[in-house]
Design a protein around this ligand. Structure first.
Ligand code: IMP
Ligand code: MG
Length: 179
């Protein structure tokens, strides 16, 4: 796996230190009381697991399956909700977690849906944010790291379903990307 990586962008220790800070910010931000966390599958799994264990409060977890990339390295432009059931969010304070803010379409679509379904408020946190103009007018409330506009893998992010278990964030060698 490591052999397919051209360059490490953010190593594991740096990510973990940043998560300590983000968890503190999130803990201070929400009013006391039950918090509902929604994890966007599958990309935000690793980020969520490491972040949420640093948040010292009672919370509930839900996962949502959405797709926007369909396995390639370019956004498809549409966001599909793949689950048959949508979590019950009416009146809840929701923390929405995703791996990366790219065009912004995913976070925008999910946030809208949560508000339509009656969530009392939605805060968003992403591990990474790409430094680019967004298609959708959306920004995350908490961003782990700003990165350049390039395709990255690891720490939950995949290329064609692979490299999610890479402990750091890195850029693939061109030889590992299928033309
Ligand atoms: P957006 O809707 O364009 O903001 O895209 C967000 C989704 O696209 C994320 O949840 C990721 O699954 C995927 N994505 C965007 N950029 C990358 C990348 O550099 N590597 C892997 N997945 C990415
Ligand atoms: Mg994803």
């Amino acid at each position: 796996m490591r052999n397919d990586i051209e360059r490490i962008l953010i190593d594991e220790e740096v990510i973990h230190r940043r998560l300590d800070t983000m968890a503190g910010e999130i803990e201070r931000e929400f009013p006391p009381g039950p918090l509902l966390v929604i994890i966007l599958l599958k990309g935000a799994l690793v980020f969520a697991a490491d972040l949420l264990r640093r948040v010292p409060r009672v919370l509930e977890l839900e996962c949502l399956n959405v797709a926007s990339y369909h396995g390639g390295t370019e956004s498809s432009g549409t966001v599909d909700f793949l689950d048959r059931h949508f979590p019950e969010v009416k009146g809840r304070h929701v923390l929405l977690l995703d791996d990366i803010l790219d065009t912004g379409r995913t976070l925008d679509a999910v946030k809208r849906r949560l508000l339509e379904e009656g969530a009392a408020g939605v805060h968003t946190a992403v591990l990474l944010s790409k430094d680019k103009a967004r298609a959708a007018e959306v920004n995350a409330d908490h961003v782990g790291f700003q990165i350049g506009d390039e395709f990255v893998v690891g720490y939950g992010l995949d290329y064609q379903g692979k490299y999610r278990n890479l402990p750091c964030v890195g850029v693939l060698k061109t030889s590992a990307i299928k033309g």
